[in-house]
Write a protein that binds this ligand. Structure first.
Ligand code: NAD
Length: 319
């Protein structure tokens, strides 16, 4: 489709017209964030069908051009979202998915970078941290312009569950999950707070029990949430798409927002040369700063263990 954007118009290309990619397109449409959205998929018919369906909603939404695209559409894109997948099976852990999806990345990343050298690459494909690292290597882009959605989702899940427990708006719960987007992720309880008050002090103020064991159960619910949802409905798409929307918004609106995303680390509490999630400051240039959390010794050790697990998979893919 020949949709030429005017310089400055925000354009997002989504590669992968599956559940996540199209739910993101739907969310971007509703939020009115991008004026141009191209969706690319190896299954052209699927992309076309999704685009037709999305376009039929335009009379109820804000103006946006959405079309089933080609890699040449990446040319003037601000953000290219990589949401491809070879076909996830319930019994596979995120890390086991590596090989198949790495093969796809080897095909598509050079096609993207053939047309775009200035944009921001946002990875959603699992295993997220290894795939983000792979995209960084395959693209040759600077580390500030390659990121993965990472634990923005896990952090949101933790904030939601804590919000329910504390009876506080989850947007006012400040708690982070860092490390792998997967089984070795690390909750940072030492810094979790509401209104600047640590949970162990906040809870008694409102006669809410603060019990580390209960908090750990709550974290296990977060850690297993993806598996539990996939067991019931086959995939996860809504929350991750809203997390991606927040990332896209932070970039397009130059927000300097603090979000937990997967990024290339250099000596972050002893972890280097791998992508993992930590809080970053995100704006139109991509990752402006990495925020080094003052975590405790146990959290540091857990974070380093998470890094080793992700590194092992990256090494097995010869990355
Ligand atoms: P899906 O199977 O619905 O869609 C994947 C799409 O990729 C399909 O339409 C397929 O045709 C397309 N595709 C495959 N090979 C391609 C290629 N070479 N070029 C272009 N398109 C290609 O999957 P989904 O549910 O949308 O999930 C997408 C990815 O996001 C998966 O890896 C999934 O595990 C991951 N995911 C990540 C998070 C997160 O928080 N990071 C959350 C949910 C899902």
């Amino acid at each position: 489709m020949d949709y030429k954007k005017i310089v400055g118009d925000p354009k997002v290309v989504i590669v992968g017209a599956g559940f996540v990619g199209t739910t993101l397109a739907y969310s971007l449409l509703i939020h009115g964030l991008a004026s141009h959205i191209a969706i690319i998929d190896v299954n052209k018919e699927r992309a076309e069908g999704e685009v037709m369906d999305l376009n039929h909603g335009l009379p109820f939404a804000q103006p946006v051009k959405i079309w089933s695209g080609e890699y040449s559409d990446c040319e003037d894109a601000d953000i290219i979202v990589i949401a491809v997948d070879k076909g996830q099976r319930i019994e596979q852990s995120r890390l086991e998915l590596g090989e198949g999806n790495f093969e796809i990345l080897k095909q598509i990343v050079p096609r993207i970078t053939e047309y775009n050298k200035e944009g921001i690459l946002l990875v959603v494909t699992n295993p997220l941290d290894v795939m983000t690292y792979a995209v960084l290597k395959l693209s040759g882009f600077p580390k500030s312009r390659v990121l993965g959605s990472g634990t923005i989702l896990d952090t949101a899940r933790l904030r939601y569950l804590l919000g329910e427990y504390l009876q506080v708006d989850p947007r006012n719960v400040h708690a982070y999950i860092i490390g792998e987007h997967g089984d070795s992720e690390v909750p940072i309880w030492s810094l979790a707070n509401v209104a600047g008050i640590h949970l162990k002090d906040y809870c008694p103020m409102f006669q809410i029990p603060y019990n580390p064991e209960y908090m750990n159960d709550l974290f296990l619910k977060v850690r297993n949430a993806g598996y539990e949802i996939i067991r019931r409905k086959g995939r996860t798409n809504y929350a991750v798409a809203l997390g991606l929307t927040k990332i896209v918004e932070s970039i397009l609106r130059d927000e300097n927002a603090v979000v937990t995303v997967s990024t290339f680390l250099e000596d972050y509490h002893g972890v280097s040369d791998i992508c993992l999630s930590v809080p970053v400051i995100l704006n139109k240039t991509g990752i402006k700063e990495i925020v080094k959390l003052p975590i405790n010794e146990r959290e540091k050790a857990d974070f380093q263990r998470s890094a080793l697990i992700v590194k092992k998979v990256a090494e097995s893919l010869k990355l």
